[in-house]
Each structure stands twice: as structure tokens, then as C-alpha cells.
Design a protein around this ligand. Structure first.
Ligand code: PEP
Length: 257
């Protein structure tokens, strides 16, 4: 059984003042919500500590947007998984399409980042998803299988059960164009089959989130799908009312496989 999860990816937005305000609203609405979906916020790195302090003892976890694959070393500007763990970070986004595109992250690097996170006790949220061109060429399944396969081949052991997969079709991110619920469900079911090919236990426990222009108005329909266990939310997670409404519309669901 899998508990629903909603993660807000704040990308490179906000300031101390706006993030404090956003957290106040979230804490008020969701901070004591033991019966709802698991909620995670992923601020820009300089605000991780602020979030961790303001969310201590609350039912909202802190996630990072990136991590380096190595434990330490001469990697100027990077942050290790152990450093994140020391600041109470419980999740980390790995392989977001923006990092694959702008930072040139490869499948192999994303897999190494997932491994580093798992070793530090942090759950990686690995992003997979095809571009519009790949979908139109009938290659969506192959692209997603390749991206996920790199992680499943590289990471081993029980810890892999803490992996979270976010299916984020690139054409739906920040575009206002959301995948149809049935279209998203079809890919989520495919991802679960890929997980099952690796291990039935993984298919049972790994949560698969949908990401790509999730909004309050389309969240309930998406999350009603059998294999959609929650969402990775970008733009809408910066608007407190919108994000709270998305979290509430997911609610606490336990889906069997
Ligand atoms: C994202 O960046 O992970 C995302 C899904 O963005 P948006 O919700 O704005 O499409």
C-alpha cells in the first residue's frame, strides 16, 4: 500500500520574506494534518534551513531540489546528501527535466545522485518524462523506461523501496498544458510495470507522482487515477491557496497494487 504524497518544487523562486509567508499559510492549513497526503516543500538551497526550522514538529517535510553524487570533494557550488540530511532534508528531486536540459545531467548521473541520497537516508524523487517530439515519434515509453531503468540498474537493495518516481512529461511542465488523466494513468501503469519487472515489492511500494501543470482545478481528476499516487507541483505550489487545495484534493489515500 502506498500513502499519497504531494511535493512542491519552488525552483529558483522566493525570498526570505515570501518563503516565510508561504510557510505560515501552509503550516496553518496543513501543519497538523495527520490524516492527509504527505506534504513536502522543496525550496531553493539557501532556504532549506529556514524551512527546516519553521516546519519542525509539523506534518510537512523538507526536500531539496538537487544533490551531488559524491560524498565530498572539490565540487565548488555543490551540496552532498549527508549535508542535506544534517539539515533535516527527507527528500531530494533528482533528474528534473530542467536540470537534464540546462545542466546536462545524464541518466547515469541521475542514477548516482539517487544512490547517494538513498545512502544518506534521503528519498530521491526521480523525474522521468518525454519531450513533445519524443511523444509524437511514439517514443514516450522507451524514453521513460530508459530514464527509470538507469536508476533501477544502478541502485540496489531494500533502500530502493524509498524511491519516488515523478512522471513529468516535459511538454506539460510550466506550460499550462496538463496530460489528460487517462493519458497520465497509462504512463503511470507502464512505469509500475517497469518497476515490477525489477521487483514486485517495488511495484507495490514505490509512489509514482504526476507533474506538469497540476492545478487546483485538475488535481482531483488526476489523483483519482489508480496509479497516480500524488503530484510534483511547480508553479501552483508557490500560491498557498492553490497548493493547499491540491494537497487536500489528494487527501490521504492508500492505494493497493
Ligand atoms: C515541475 O517543475 O516539476 C512542475 C511540474 O512544474 P509546473 O507544475 O509548473 O508545471
Amino acid at each position: 500500500m502506498r500513502r499519497s504524497l504531494v511535493a512542491g518544487n519552488w525552483k529558483m523562486h522566493g525570498s526570505g520574506a515570501t518563503i516565510t509567508g508561504l510557510l505560515h499559510s501552509l503550516v496553518q492549513a496543513l501543519g497538523n494534518e495527520q490524516d492527509g497526503a504527505e506534504v513536502v516543500v522543496c525550496p531553493p538551497a539557501p532556504y532549506l534551513s529556514l524551512c527546516q526550522q519553521m516546519l519542525q514538529g509539523r506534518a510537512i517535510a523538507v526536500g531539496a531540489q538537487n544533490v551531488h553524487a559524491q560524498a565530498s570533494g572539490a565540487f565548488t557550488g555543490d551540496v552532498s546528501a549527508a549535508m542535506l540530511a544534517e539539515f533535516g532534508v527527507r527528500y531530494v528531486i533528482a533528474g528534473h527535466s530542467e536540470r537534464r536540459r540546462y545542466a546536462g545531467e545524464t541518466d547515469a548521473e541521475v542514477a548516482q545522485k539517487c544512490e547517494a541520497a538513498l545512502l544518506a537516508g534521503i528519498a530521491p524523487i526521480v523525474c522521468v518524462g518525454e519531450t513533445l517530439e519524443e511523444r509524437e515519434a511514439g517514443r514516450a515509453d522507451a524514453v521513460v523506461a530508459r530514464q527509470l531503468g538507469a536508476v533501477l540498474d544502478h541502485c540496489e537493495g531494500e533502500a530502493l523501496g524509498r524511491l519516488v518516481v515523478a512522471y513529468e512529461p516535459v511538454w506539460a511542465i510550466g506550460t499550462g498544458r496538463t496530460a489528460e488523466p487517462e493519458q497520465a494513468q497509462a504512463m503511470h501503469a507502464f512505469i509500475r510495470r517497469v518497476l515490477c519487472d525489477a521487483s514486485a515489492a517495488l511495484a507495490e511500494t514505490v509512489r509514482i507522482l504526476y507533474g506538469g501543470s497540476v492545478m487546483a482545478e485538475n488535481a482531483a481528476q488526476l489523483f483519482a487515477q489508480q496509479d497516480i499516487d500524488g503530484g510534483l507541483v511547480g508553479g501552483a505550489s508557490l500560491k498557498p491557496e492553490e497548493f493547499i487545495s491540491i494537497c487536500k484534493s489528494v487527501g490521504r489515500q492508500w492505494k493497493p497494487w
